[in-house]
Design a protein around this ligand. Sequence first.
Ligand SMILES: [Fe+2]
Length: 484
Amino acid sequence: MAVAFFDHPFLKGHHAPQRFEADAPDLIIHGELPQDLAGVFVRNGPEPLHPPREGDYHWFDGDGMVYAFQIEDGRVSMRNRWVRTEKFELEKAAGKRLFGVFGNPMTADPSVQGKRYNTANTNVIIHAGKLLALMEGAPAVELDPRSLDTLGEHDYGGTITTTFSAHPKVDHFTGELINIGASINGPMGEPEIRYDVIGPDGSVRKAERIKVPHHALIHTFFVTQNWVVFPIIPIDSDLSRYMSGGPMTAWVDGRPTKLAIMPRNGTAEDVRWFEYDPRHMFHECNVWEDEQGRIVADVAAANGTALFPNQDGVRRTHAETLQSLRRWIIDPKANTAWIKEEVLNERDIQFPRPDDRLMTRASRQAFGNINLKSRDGRADGMDAVLRFDTVTGAEDIYHFGEGASAGELIFAPKLGGTEEADGYAMTLVHRANEPGSELAIFDAKNIAAGPLCTVEIPFRVPSGFHCNFYAADSALYRGAYGAA
Ligand SMILES: [Fe+2]
């Protein structure tokens, strides 16, 4: 018999798990679906099959559930499936949770000691013909692009067997997938990361190991045409701190942000370290090199975080740790190892995104879901979406209404389009007191006008993490689905 979930901010409201899989062909569309929009919108997020054992939960801990919306021939269909990792299958067979929160071995059932904690819940991408569900603590998991059936962990021919980033970058100019693996030696081993370059054919061209100061949560990293940057923020996982009664994962007060800069084709010996004030930074919009050769990184950053407690167990509030869109300038030629920071936009932003085709090169438009009126945007939902012009500073905002929860807003190119932001922007949204959710599709250059159309989803899709759109005429789409 299934046990009821307990009361927790990330297990109720917009976050309440639905715990079912569906096929919904030919969804009802309100408004006009643009004729030059076709492709697939995929999203991953946490959907816990069972309540955790400890009576505590973390938003990052649910089992991955992938939603795929196929947009073709003027129709939209939807399918969602759990990612059937070994963890998921073991717990489904047992009819209860077996792993500890975040895979903590101290609180796990003895039957899963030594088994891999892979939730595959954070992102879902297409590269080299494969649809991959990703979390940062385990290998990528390959899914069938159409059926979403789980095909198993993909270890790149035995090359990438430990951890795989939830935010690898596709360089659309080279077709490469640039990746990292964090804490590749485990929480008790030497703190070390692995930097991978995966060719457009899926072959691993480079796998370089780099020592880092501690077991930081390295949720993202930067790639430009010539550089790669590994930001080490002041959040770490420390098993010995946990054994002493402290939090396993914590923000460590007073610890600077450290950034390892390396030529993209370089080695660990080429790494140069930069520093800055303590910053929480899990997501960048885009990163590139300016005409002076400086690395320009537009990031969502804050001076602390409410996602994890401090090392002494004290937790800050969302209001105390609001993120804003900031520009970090790193000058590889400078005599100083200090970076510069400028606030571009002060809105409480969650997931900033560029026109993905420009990743690694200069871009101007930033898209994002933001919090206008919610008390706690992470738990209560981000209730609006934003396009921000980083050159003019102009904002283009749409508010979904009080109590709404909008997911990541991503850019979707129109068929045949090549100019930056020439196309659409879309997000999954649940409006307060509505039984279902919507896929809201905007003109990317006029968000304030409201959605051009909304695709009606006949049930609430729980708030999730990351999504991506692959246009039907893109090389990445054709690699996975064939010619449109
Ligand atoms: Fe993320």
